[in-house]
Design a protein around this ligand. Sequence first.
Ligand SMILES: C[S@@+](CC[C@H](N)C(=O)[O-])C[C@H]1O[C@@H](n2cnc3c(N)ncnc32)[C@H](O)[C@@H]1O
Length: 305
Amino acid sequence: MHKPVLLEPTISHLVTDTKGIYVDLTLGGGGHLRALMEKLDSEARVIAFDKDWEIMREIQQEFDTSTVKFINTDFKFLTEVLKREKIDKVTGIMADLGVSSFQLDEAERGFSFHEEALLDMRMNRNQPISAWHVINNYSEEEIIHLLFVYGEEKYARQIARKIVNQRIDNPIDTTMQLVEIIKEAVPASYRREKHPARKTFQAIRIAVNDELQAIELMLPQAVEALKPNGRLCVITFHSLEDRIVKKFIQENSRDCVCPPDYPICTCGHTAKLRPVTKKPIVPLSEECEENPRARSAKLRVASRV
Ligand SMILES: C[S@@+](CC[C@H](N)C(=O)[O-])C[C@H]1O[C@@H](n2cnc3c(N)ncnc32)[C@H](O)[C@@H]1O
């Protein structure tokens, strides 16, 4: 089962009108959606996105489709979808980023560095680029870059070198082959810390699913879609995601973005958001004990001005 993270604070900050229109950008196992539905009146409407059709097909069966509309696409198409659904403004938008436990637990999806599977990691299995493609076709420099940037992996060079040396003879096909290559590439001391493949797998997953760009494209669309006082609630699981959300909320919460030494404002910028909490909301220690996935979670909430 996917245990929804930061469930109570997310839903209580999100719902400002029980008859409103809401968007769940990341349906996953439906945990947040289920809790949202419990709070809403029957007149409310919800649009639920997920680009993973296999998950959506399972989960949507338990919801009343006259209230919830399921959209199997990337949330970076938020504006287009709302336009098609003839929705002008919405009351609240939530996103619980990253992968779900369903995706991690299904070994054949290739997300897990604990399970043998073909290198895949696609959330949307109709897209052509998979982890296999990245590992076997990207240049050494490209692999170094993505391991540094998306994985913050300090042994990016060594791992990338080993990957390109290994694939000369035969393609690298499976998760466990990749795990072995990573183990051989990093020093023994590093192997004794957290799992040595953790950062590489994160980096490849982010690249395969173009995760950070989707967040960057979605956030301005979410702001434009919100009614005044409508809420944006975003849960992130690593610093790369959180940095994007934090910076976006900060920049959109300022009235003027002129350099500080300008005597008068010339930018004409006006704030579109107001942060609801100064600091991100993090799970209590009980939630982290019960659900290790919650440990790195941060919830940021902003209100549309
Ligand atoms: C952490 S899970 C959400 C879990 C859900 N809140 C729950 O409680 O069960 C994230 C989900 O978002 C989906 N997802 C991630 N990035 C996406 C994107 N750019 N567009 C659409 N869906 C995305 C993934 O396929 C995954 O199912």
